[in-house]
Design a protein around this ligand. Structure first.
Ligand code: C2E
Ligand code: MG
Ligand code: MG
Ligand code: MG
Length: 276
Protein backbone atom coordinates (compact mmCIF):
# COMPACT_ATOMS: atom_id res chain seq x y z
CA UNK A 1 0.00 0.00 0.00
CA UNK A 2 2.86 2.35 0.86
CA UNK A 3 4.46 1.60 -2.49
CA UNK A 4 1.20 2.29 -4.30
CA UNK A 5 0.84 5.55 -2.40
CA UNK A 6 4.39 6.49 -3.34
CA UNK A 7 3.74 5.84 -7.00
CA UNK A 8 0.59 7.97 -6.89
CA UNK A 9 2.53 10.79 -5.30
CA UNK A 10 5.12 10.66 -8.05
CA UNK A 11 2.44 10.60 -10.71
CA UNK A 12 0.59 13.57 -9.20
CA UNK A 13 3.87 15.43 -8.90
CA UNK A 14 4.83 14.79 -12.54
CA UNK A 15 1.41 15.86 -13.68
CA UNK A 16 1.59 19.09 -11.75
CA UNK A 17 5.03 19.80 -13.20
CA UNK A 18 3.71 19.30 -16.71
CA UNK A 19 0.61 21.41 -16.27
CA UNK A 20 1.09 24.68 -18.04
CA UNK A 21 -0.98 27.82 -17.75
CA UNK A 22 -2.16 27.03 -21.27
CA UNK A 23 -3.43 23.66 -20.05
CA UNK A 24 -5.21 25.31 -17.15
CA UNK A 25 -6.80 27.87 -19.44
CA UNK A 26 -8.09 25.23 -21.85
CA UNK A 27 -9.41 23.10 -19.02
CA UNK A 28 -11.00 26.15 -17.40
CA UNK A 29 -12.83 26.93 -20.64
CA UNK A 30 -14.01 23.33 -20.83
CA UNK A 31 -15.08 23.52 -17.16
CA UNK A 32 -16.89 26.82 -17.59
CA UNK A 33 -19.15 25.42 -20.30
CA UNK A 34 -19.64 22.12 -18.45
CA UNK A 35 -22.84 23.17 -16.69
CA UNK A 36 -24.49 24.53 -19.85
CA UNK A 37 -23.33 21.50 -21.88
CA UNK A 38 -24.61 19.10 -19.23
CA UNK A 39 -21.22 17.48 -18.93
CA UNK A 40 -21.29 17.88 -15.18
CA UNK A 41 -23.25 15.65 -12.84
CA UNK A 42 -23.51 14.69 -9.22
CA UNK A 43 -23.25 11.26 -7.65
CA UNK A 44 -24.04 10.44 -4.03
CA UNK A 45 -22.21 8.04 -1.74
CA UNK A 46 -24.11 6.65 1.23
CA UNK A 47 -22.94 7.26 4.79
CA UNK A 48 -24.22 4.32 6.80
CA UNK A 49 -24.94 3.95 10.50
CA UNK A 50 -23.75 0.39 11.04
CA UNK A 51 -25.64 0.05 14.33
CA UNK A 52 -28.90 0.21 12.34
CA UNK A 53 -27.67 -0.63 8.85
CA UNK A 54 -29.58 2.40 7.58
CA UNK A 55 -28.43 5.20 5.31
CA UNK A 56 -27.67 8.08 7.66
CA UNK A 57 -26.73 10.52 4.94
CA UNK A 58 -24.83 10.88 1.68
CA UNK A 59 -21.86 12.79 0.32
CA UNK A 60 -22.37 14.60 -3.00
CA UNK A 61 -19.45 14.13 -5.40
CA UNK A 62 -18.93 15.91 -8.70
CA UNK A 63 -18.47 14.08 -11.98
CA UNK A 64 -17.32 15.61 -15.25
CA UNK A 65 -17.05 14.52 -18.86
CA UNK A 66 -14.81 16.26 -21.37
CA UNK A 67 -16.05 17.51 -24.75
CA UNK A 68 -15.59 13.98 -26.17
CA UNK A 69 -17.70 12.50 -23.41
CA UNK A 70 -14.81 10.87 -21.54
CA UNK A 71 -14.95 10.99 -17.75
CA UNK A 72 -12.34 13.21 -16.08
CA UNK A 73 -11.31 12.37 -12.52
CA UNK A 74 -12.06 14.94 -9.78
CA UNK A 75 -8.42 14.67 -8.76
CA UNK A 76 -7.61 16.16 -12.17
CA UNK A 77 -10.34 18.76 -12.66
CA UNK A 78 -11.01 19.99 -9.10
CA UNK A 79 -7.49 21.44 -8.66
CA UNK A 80 -7.79 23.26 -12.01
CA UNK A 81 -11.26 24.50 -11.10
CA UNK A 82 -9.78 25.79 -7.84
CA UNK A 83 -6.73 27.46 -9.42
CA UNK A 84 -8.85 29.18 -12.06
CA UNK A 85 -11.75 30.08 -9.77
CA UNK A 86 -14.33 28.12 -11.82
CA UNK A 87 -14.99 26.08 -8.66
CA UNK A 88 -17.14 28.95 -7.39
CA UNK A 89 -19.68 28.38 -10.20
CA UNK A 90 -19.39 24.61 -10.15
CA UNK A 91 -19.71 24.57 -6.37
CA UNK A 92 -22.88 26.64 -6.57
CA UNK A 93 -24.32 24.20 -9.09
CA UNK A 94 -23.45 21.35 -6.70
CA UNK A 95 -25.14 23.04 -3.74
CA UNK A 96 -28.33 23.47 -5.81
CA UNK A 97 -28.18 19.84 -6.86
CA UNK A 98 -27.74 18.61 -3.27
CA UNK A 99 -30.50 20.84 -1.89
CA UNK A 100 -32.77 19.78 -4.76
CA UNK A 101 -32.29 16.15 -3.84
CA UNK A 102 -33.00 16.89 -0.16
CA UNK A 103 -36.19 18.73 -1.12
CA UNK A 104 -37.34 15.83 -3.31
CA UNK A 105 -36.48 13.13 -0.78
CA UNK A 106 -37.70 13.86 2.75
CA UNK A 107 -36.52 10.39 3.82
CA UNK A 108 -32.90 11.32 3.16
CA UNK A 109 -31.63 12.83 6.43
CA UNK A 110 -28.46 14.67 5.37
CA UNK A 111 -26.40 15.47 2.28
CA UNK A 112 -22.87 16.81 2.54
CA UNK A 113 -21.17 18.92 -0.12
CA UNK A 114 -17.43 19.57 -0.47
CA UNK A 115 -16.54 23.23 -0.32
CA UNK A 116 -13.17 24.52 -1.49
CA UNK A 117 -11.34 27.41 0.09
CA UNK A 118 -11.91 29.53 -3.03
CA UNK A 119 -15.63 29.38 -2.29
CA UNK A 120 -15.07 30.29 1.35
CA UNK A 121 -13.04 33.31 0.20
CA UNK A 122 -15.88 34.43 -2.06
CA UNK A 123 -17.60 37.33 -0.27
CA UNK A 124 -20.98 36.20 -1.69
CA UNK A 125 -20.65 32.67 -0.34
CA UNK A 126 -22.85 33.07 2.74
CA UNK A 127 -25.59 34.84 0.78
CA UNK A 128 -25.47 32.20 -1.96
CA UNK A 129 -25.89 29.35 0.50
CA UNK A 130 -28.73 31.05 2.31
CA UNK A 131 -30.55 31.72 -0.95
CA UNK A 132 -30.12 28.14 -2.19
CA UNK A 133 -31.33 26.61 1.09
CA UNK A 134 -34.29 29.00 1.24
CA UNK A 135 -35.26 28.38 -2.42
CA UNK A 136 -35.15 24.62 -1.85
CA UNK A 137 -37.32 25.00 1.24
CA UNK A 138 -35.30 22.47 3.22
CA UNK A 139 -34.38 22.43 6.88
CA UNK A 140 -30.84 23.90 7.00
CA UNK A 141 -29.71 21.11 9.35
CA UNK A 142 -30.05 18.62 6.47
CA UNK A 143 -27.19 20.30 4.63
CA UNK A 144 -23.58 19.75 5.65
CA UNK A 145 -20.59 21.54 4.18
CA UNK A 146 -17.31 19.60 4.13
CA UNK A 147 -14.22 21.70 4.42
CA UNK A 148 -10.70 20.39 4.27
CA UNK A 149 -8.10 21.22 6.84
CA UNK A 150 -5.42 23.51 5.53
CA UNK A 151 -3.51 26.68 6.09
CA UNK A 152 -6.42 28.81 4.96
CA UNK A 153 -8.75 27.29 7.55
CA UNK A 154 -6.95 27.45 10.85
CA UNK A 155 -5.91 30.78 12.29
CA UNK A 156 -8.22 32.60 9.88
CA UNK A 157 -10.77 34.76 11.71
CA UNK A 158 -12.91 35.04 8.56
CA UNK A 159 -13.32 31.27 8.47
CA UNK A 160 -14.16 31.12 12.17
CA UNK A 161 -16.84 33.79 11.64
CA UNK A 162 -18.21 31.99 8.61
CA UNK A 163 -18.52 28.74 10.55
CA UNK A 164 -20.32 30.60 13.32
CA UNK A 165 -22.77 32.15 10.86
CA UNK A 166 -23.43 28.82 9.15
CA UNK A 167 -23.96 27.13 12.52
CA UNK A 168 -26.30 29.92 13.60
CA UNK A 169 -28.39 29.18 10.51
CA UNK A 170 -28.37 25.50 11.44
CA UNK A 171 -26.17 24.38 8.55
CA UNK A 172 -23.66 21.74 9.56
CA UNK A 173 -19.96 22.17 9.04
CA UNK A 174 -17.75 19.10 8.79
CA UNK A 175 -13.99 18.77 8.73
CA UNK A 176 -12.98 16.51 5.80
CA UNK A 177 -9.88 14.35 5.28
CA UNK A 178 -8.79 14.66 8.90
CA UNK A 179 -5.21 13.60 9.49
CA UNK A 180 -3.80 14.23 6.03
CA UNK A 181 -3.04 17.94 6.23
CA UNK A 182 -0.79 19.99 8.39
CA UNK A 183 -3.43 21.88 10.28
CA UNK A 184 -5.78 19.15 11.48
CA UNK A 185 -5.02 19.48 15.14
CA UNK A 186 -5.09 23.27 15.25
CA UNK A 187 -8.39 23.15 13.32
CA UNK A 188 -9.84 20.85 15.97
CA UNK A 189 -8.82 23.09 18.82
CA UNK A 190 -9.88 26.38 17.22
CA UNK A 191 -13.10 25.61 15.40
CA UNK A 192 -16.35 23.85 16.25
CA UNK A 193 -17.22 21.25 13.68
CA UNK A 194 -20.33 19.11 13.76
CA UNK A 195 -18.39 16.16 12.40
CA UNK A 196 -14.86 15.06 11.66
CA UNK A 197 -14.28 12.73 8.70
CA UNK A 198 -11.16 10.65 9.18
CA UNK A 199 -9.25 10.28 5.93
CA UNK A 200 -9.33 6.91 4.20
CA UNK A 201 -5.57 6.63 4.46
CA UNK A 202 -5.93 5.51 8.10
CA UNK A 203 -8.52 2.80 7.55
CA UNK A 204 -6.55 1.52 4.60
CA UNK A 205 -3.46 1.07 6.72
CA UNK A 206 -5.22 -0.46 9.73
CA UNK A 207 -4.45 -4.04 8.72
CA UNK A 208 -1.27 -3.94 10.80
CA UNK A 209 -1.28 -3.66 14.60
CA UNK A 210 0.55 -0.35 14.28
CA UNK A 211 -1.94 1.05 11.76
CA UNK A 212 -4.89 -0.14 13.84
CA UNK A 213 -3.47 1.47 16.97
CA UNK A 214 -2.89 4.75 15.14
CA UNK A 215 -6.47 4.80 13.85
CA UNK A 216 -7.87 4.01 17.31
CA UNK A 217 -5.84 6.84 18.80
CA UNK A 218 -7.05 9.29 16.14
CA UNK A 219 -10.66 8.26 16.83
CA UNK A 220 -10.13 8.75 20.58
CA UNK A 221 -8.48 12.10 19.95
CA UNK A 222 -11.41 13.35 17.89
CA UNK A 223 -13.84 11.97 20.49
CA UNK A 224 -11.98 13.73 23.29
CA UNK A 225 -12.80 17.02 21.54
CA UNK A 226 -16.47 15.97 21.72
CA UNK A 227 -16.69 15.66 17.98
CA UNK A 228 -18.53 12.97 16.08
CA UNK A 229 -16.67 10.87 13.56
CA UNK A 230 -17.23 9.38 10.14
CA UNK A 231 -14.58 6.92 8.99
CA UNK A 232 -14.08 7.16 5.22
CA UNK A 233 -12.79 4.59 2.75
CA UNK A 234 -13.94 1.30 4.26
CA UNK A 235 -13.61 -1.34 1.54
CA UNK A 236 -13.96 -4.54 3.58
CA UNK A 237 -16.31 -5.94 6.21
CA UNK A 238 -13.35 -6.66 8.48
CA UNK A 239 -12.41 -2.97 8.51
CA UNK A 240 -15.93 -1.98 9.56
CA UNK A 241 -15.88 -4.61 12.29
CA UNK A 242 -12.53 -3.47 13.65
CA UNK A 243 -13.29 0.25 13.56
CA UNK A 244 -16.79 -0.26 15.01
CA UNK A 245 -15.04 -1.89 17.98
CA UNK A 246 -13.28 1.47 18.46
CA UNK A 247 -16.70 3.05 19.03
CA UNK A 248 -17.44 4.48 15.58
CA UNK A 249 -20.87 3.93 14.04
CA UNK A 250 -20.84 6.12 10.91
CA UNK A 251 -19.00 4.80 7.87
CA UNK A 252 -18.51 5.64 4.23
CA UNK A 253 -16.72 3.50 1.68
CA UNK A 254 -16.99 1.09 -1.21
CA UNK A 255 -17.96 -1.72 1.17
CA UNK A 256 -21.15 0.16 2.09
CA UNK A 257 -21.81 1.69 -1.31
CA UNK A 258 -19.99 3.42 -4.16
CA UNK A 259 -20.88 6.91 -5.28
CA UNK A 260 -24.12 6.43 -7.28
CA UNK A 261 -26.63 8.44 -9.29
CA UNK A 262 -29.41 9.91 -7.19
CA UNK A 263 -32.14 7.52 -8.38
CA UNK A 264 -30.03 4.63 -7.14
CA UNK A 265 -29.50 6.27 -3.75
CA UNK A 266 -33.22 6.92 -3.50
CA UNK A 267 -33.91 3.27 -4.30
CA UNK A 268 -31.49 2.22 -1.58
CA UNK A 269 -33.24 4.46 0.94
CA UNK A 270 -36.28 2.24 0.59
CA UNK A 271 -34.28 -0.98 0.99
CA UNK A 272 -34.39 -2.91 4.25
CA UNK A 273 -31.33 -2.29 6.45
CA UNK A 274 -28.10 -3.76 5.12
CA UNK A 275 -26.51 -6.36 7.35
CA UNK A 276 -24.55 -4.37 9.89
P1 C2E B 1 -13.34 13.60 -0.64
O1 C2E B 1 -14.18 14.78 -0.32
O2 C2E B 1 -12.48 13.10 0.45
O3 C2E B 1 -14.35 12.47 -1.16
C1 C2E B 1 -14.15 11.09 -0.96
C2 C2E B 1 -13.45 10.44 -2.11
O4 C2E B 1 -13.09 9.10 -1.76
C3 C2E B 1 -14.33 10.31 -3.37
O5 C2E B 1 -13.47 10.40 -4.51
C4 C2E B 1 -14.87 8.89 -3.23
O6 C2E B 1 -15.29 8.34 -4.44
C5 C2E B 1 -13.65 8.20 -2.68
N1 C2E B 1 -13.99 6.97 -1.94
C6 C2E B 1 -15.10 6.71 -1.21
N2 C2E B 1 -15.05 5.49 -0.65
C7 C2E B 1 -13.86 4.94 -1.03
C8 C2E B 1 -13.24 3.68 -0.77
O7 C2E B 1 -13.76 2.80 -0.07
N3 C2E B 1 -12.01 3.47 -1.33
C9 C2E B 1 -11.40 4.42 -2.11
N4 C2E B 1 -10.21 4.13 -2.62
N5 C2E B 1 -11.97 5.63 -2.37
C10 C2E B 1 -13.19 5.88 -1.83
P2 C2E B 1 -13.81 11.31 -5.77
O8 C2E B 1 -15.29 11.33 -6.04
O9 C2E B 1 -12.90 10.90 -6.87
O10 C2E B 1 -13.42 12.76 -5.29
C11 C2E B 1 -12.10 13.07 -4.95
C12 C2E B 1 -12.02 14.40 -4.25
O11 C2E B 1 -12.40 15.44 -5.15
C13 C2E B 1 -12.95 14.54 -3.05
O12 C2E B 1 -12.39 13.93 -1.93
C14 C2E B 1 -13.04 16.04 -2.95
O13 C2E B 1 -11.92 16.56 -2.26
C15 C2E B 1 -12.99 16.47 -4.40
N6 C2E B 1 -14.38 16.72 -4.86
C16 C2E B 1 -15.28 15.86 -5.38
N7 C2E B 1 -16.45 16.50 -5.66
C17 C2E B 1 -16.27 17.79 -5.28
C18 C2E B 1 -17.09 18.97 -5.29
O14 C2E B 1 -18.29 18.95 -5.66
N8 C2E B 1 -16.52 20.14 -4.83
C19 C2E B 1 -15.23 20.19 -4.38
N9 C2E B 1 -14.76 21.37 -3.94
N10 C2E B 1 -14.44 19.11 -4.33
C20 C2E B 1 -14.95 17.92 -4.78
MG1 MG C 1 -15.49 15.04 1.18
MG1 MG D 1 -13.14 17.01 0.38
MG1 MG E 1 -12.65 13.06 2.44
Amino acid sequence: AAKEEGRNCVRAFDRRMLESDVGDTLTAKMLRSAVADRRISAVFQPIVDVTTGLIWGAEALMRLKDAEGRPVSPETFIPVAERTGVIVELGEWMLREACGLLAAEPALPIVSVNISSRQIDDPNFMGTIEAIVRAAGIAPARLALEITEGGQISGNPRVARLIERLSALGIRVWLDDFGTGFAGLTCLSELRFDMVKIDRFFVQSCDTPRGAKLLKNIIDLVGSCAQRTIVEGVEEAAQVELVASFGVDLFQGYHLGRPMPKHELVRRLADPPAVA
